[in-house]
Design a protein around this ligand. Structure first.
Ligand code: FAD
Length: 386
């Protein structure tokens, strides 16, 4: 018997997991391919019902939420909260609203071995575990099923993730629910979780230690500046601060070399965004809104639905700084909102290569050396003056 999922090629699967979660016979497993991404594989028991293909968002037209209805520059009022977030900390403020209504928030976390997946959070104290961007593809695991059960009981739910994950969730649910809020994070593509584990092994060998903490955007002051360097910590509490453009994993990600195949022709761009709210870095804010203090990060908040508008509006003024902005202003400095990474950037690799991480080490460039040695406060002032 021909398995229905054979109609979906590895190159056209975005890894959202909707098919795995929908299968009534539970015979689909998500398995790692040779680039380290999870892909669905059908095991015994398939009755060719076709539900896996029917639920695939890549086979559907679009989940876009009409036009952008409002655009804001925003940031959490408290500096200590901003330091726990990648951009302006708006995700945590939105999530706080849902939790205060006894709702449930879904987002992405990783465990002590850096295995990444989506989880649910019901308490404010646990929000920290799903804050901050992890630049690898998260496993949605069984969260779509959990969301459906909660929505059936009228529990308010906020689901956050990349555009393709929210498309997968909406396709899985098959209908709109008043109590579902979706927060999409802007995304220029996701590297493979399997590749990240390889890289962590490489770092541990290089520094002869066990890494227990990793953050893709460090906002803690140290001699190398405080922004756009990443940081990790070992089991003894030793902290390492590194430049992203000199690191094999991070530089490859920034250059779009190691993304999932579908990221190079992502449907969830421009008019295809899937969330009620889209959160991005507000690049260029120093020029667009010079009076907005963005030293510790600022979010661009793009609102696509009335539901999203109310959720954002209800954040108390005592918790948020915000200023109205324009779609064109945000997009001018953030192309990931409207277009995919160029497929020519893709690097061919297999996890089996012995020297894989070494092969990703970027060549030193004078531009990067200069850039890395200008203190952050000076960079910020120069950009503001320009
Ligand atoms: C893979 C990836 C690529 C990105 N690329 C861009 C970009 O090119 N341009 C840009 O402007 N912004 C990008 N972002 C979004 C940006 O980094 C921030 O996540 C966003 O601005 C929200 O910031 P915040 O301060 O409000 O909240 P934060 O606390 O920083 O963000 C946390 C939110 O991100 C979600 N999240 C974290 N990691 C993942 C993951 N691996 N998969 C799915 N969801 C995740 C969490 O569930 C939570 O909702 C990217 C994010 C990711 C995860």
């Amino acid at each position: 018997m021909k398995h229905s999922l054979e109609n979906i090629s590895e190159e056209s699967c975005n890894g959202c997991g909707a098919c795995y979660q929908k299968c009534p016979k539970q015979c689909i497993r998500m398995v790692e391919n040779d680039r380290g991404f999870l892909i669905p594989q059908i095991g015994d028991g398939c009755v060719s019902c076709g539900l896996c293909v029917a639920v695939c968002p890549e086979k559907k037209n679009s989940y876009s939420q009409n036009e952008v209805i409002e655009v804001w520059a925003a940031a959490d009022i408290k500096k200590e909260n901003l330091k726990e977030s990648t951009s302006g900390g708006v995700f945590a403020l939105l999530a706080g609203q849902i939790l205060s209504q006894n709702g449930v928030v879904f987002g992405c976390t990783w465990n002590e071995d850096f295995h990444i997946k989506h989880i649910k959070v019901t308490q404010k104290d646990d929000l920290l575990s799903i804050q901050k961007s992890k630049y690898i593809q998260s496993n949605t695991a069984d969260t779509f099923k959990e969301v459906q059960d909660l929505l059936k009981n009228n529990v308010p739910v906020l689901y956050s993730g990349t555009g393709c994950q929210i498309a997968g969730l909406k396709s899985y649910l098959g209908k709109d629910f008043d109590s579902l809020y979706t927060v999409e994070v802007a995304c220029h593509g996701v590297p493979a979780p399997g590749l990240f584990i390889r890289y962590i092994d490489w770092l541990e060998k290089k520094y002869n230690t066990k890494i227990v903490n990793y953050t893709f955007r460090n906002k803690v002051k140290h001699k190398k500046g405080e922004h756009y360097t990443f940081a990790f910590e070992d089991m003894t509490g030793r902290k390492f601060y590194k430049y992203s453009n000199e690191d094999p994993f991070y530089a490859a990600f920034l250059k779009g070399k190691t993304l999932r195949d579908t990221c190079y022709h992502c449907k969830y761009k421009g008019a295809g965004h899937t969330g009620d709210i889209l959160l991005c870095d507000f690049w260029g804010i120093e020029k667009a809104h010079p009076d907005f203090d963005a030293k510790y990060g600022a979010s661009a908040v793009l609102i696509y639905s009335d539901k999203g508008k109310h959720l954002f509006k209800d954040i108390p003024d005592t918790a948020i700084r915000k200023k109205k902005s324009q779609y064109e202003t945000v997009v001018a400095c953030n192309s990931s909102i409207i277009k995919s990474t160029d497929a020519n950037c893709k690097m061919k690799y297999s996890l089996n290569e012995g020297n894989l991480v070494e092969r990703m080490i970027p060549q030193k460039s004078i531009k990067n050396v200069v850039k890395n040695h200008i203190p952050e406060w000076l960079k910020y002032r120069i950009i503001k003056k320009m």
